[in-house]
Write a protein that binds this ligand. Structure first.
Ligand SMILES: [Zn+2]
Length: 351
């Protein structure tokens, strides 16, 4: 019994006292039947071995003693495991410090990033690979899908609630080609998820996502404050465009589209970066004025172009759009060779 001998919990014994080199106490197994009231039966040797004077050599009785007052967890401890646990905790604390530093840096340098990367709406228009000069490019949801997704990708479009019932919602999942050739009477949107789905999907659950080629950033207001006045809205949109430009030029993120929702926010569609890069953005999202809820959640619906905003009545419009990609690029989930880079603001912001 040496593995267990040293680990009786003295605080759970009665009448504990030292007698010479031994500890003597009431035997808890005998005590269960009301025995050993005087507290003479249990003897614990300096080695930790223990015995009941009333039941010498009775291993079942010893096991009962251990079951009542033994400390088995302590017995299993080994110093190597303890060291690994302490190291793990130290690593977690350092990672937490890094995260806090990143968030503080993002908040502190946001204004400087915005000041250094102004992107005038006229320049955004000029820079767009597809000219935003007709309704087709600016506000046709079919054209939007065609520019972003491979033609055989299974996509969901619809109202937020149109998901989950095979009978009623199966038709909201179609290939990009099918959505693009939908007749004028068929509704494409108003929302789309930036995900490619497994064939046969009828529920917009994360488990049904086959690929997440895009990460959509929703610039919905800084520090929890939504822009209210026209001036606030104007400076909010300018700041959003500056941050999009910084991600694209400073950190080499691959922009796919910019959409104005018709209300107070811009959505930037980026080709999804590597998971570690995405995580660095998720951590700093709040400090950068982004809705963190969409980051790494490709199943969440986003507004499509050509639909009226419920509050303002404005049509959602494309502001920047990539050319359709060859299928092997559109589906390439590997990090790009020259980026996108992780956010590490103290360095990037000074570039
Ligand atoms: Zn006993």
């Amino acid at each position: 019994m040496s593995a267990t001998a040293c680990h009786l919990d003295l605080t759970r014994l009665e009448k504990v006292r030292h007698v010479g080199t031994r500890i003597v106490a009431r035997c808890p197994a005998c005590a269960e039947d009301g025995g050993d009231r005087g507290g003479h039966h249990l003897a614990i040797l300096p080695s930790g071995r223990f015995a009941c004077a009333a039941c010498p050599g009775d291993s079942a009785h010893r096991r009962r003693v251990f079951a009542l007052v033994g400390v088995s967890r302590a017995c299993e401890r080994d110093p190597e495991q303890d060291r690994r646990w302490r190291d793990g905790r130290a690593r977690e604390r350092l990672a937490e410090q890094d995260r806090r530093r990143l968030v503080d840096a993002a908040r502190a340098r946001r204004a400087a990033i915005i000041a250094r990367h102004p992107w005038d709406p006229a320049d955004v228009w000029e820079d767009s690979p597809q000219r935003i000069d007709c309704d087709l490019v600016e506000s046709d949801p079919r054209h939007f899908l065609d520019a972003l997704f491979p033609s055989d990708a299974v996509l969901w479009t619809g109202e937020v609630h149109e998901s989950g019932q095979a009978g009623r919602h199966a038709g909201r999942w179609r290939t990009c080609r099918e959505w693009c050739s939908a007749s004028a009477g068929e509704r494409v949107g108003p929302m789309v998820a930036p995900a490619i789905w497994q064939p046969g999907t009828v529920s917009r659950a994360a488990a049904n996502v086959a690929a997440a080629p895009f990460t959509v950033l929703d610039f919905d207001g800084f520090d929890g404050a939504k822009p209210e006045t026209p001036e606030q809205l104007c400076s909010h949109l300018a700041a959003s465009l500056a941050l999009i430009r910084w991600l694209r030029e400073g950190l080499c993120w691959q922009l796919a589209a910019i959409l104005w929702t018709g209300g107070k926010s811009l959505h930037a569609w980026f080709h999804s970066p590597a998971p570690a890069v995405l995580e660095s953005l998720r951590i700093t999202a709040g400090a950068l004025g982004l809705d963190a809820g969409l980051i790494g959640r490709p199943e969440h619906p986003c507004r499509m172009p050509g639909h009226r905003h419920a509050n303002t009545g404005n049509l959602s419009r494309v502001r920047w759009l990539q050319l359709p990609q060859p299928v092997e690029i559109a589906l390439d989930m590997r990090p790009f060779p020259n980026g996108p880079k992780q956010l590490s603001l103290p360095h990037e912001a000074t570039e």
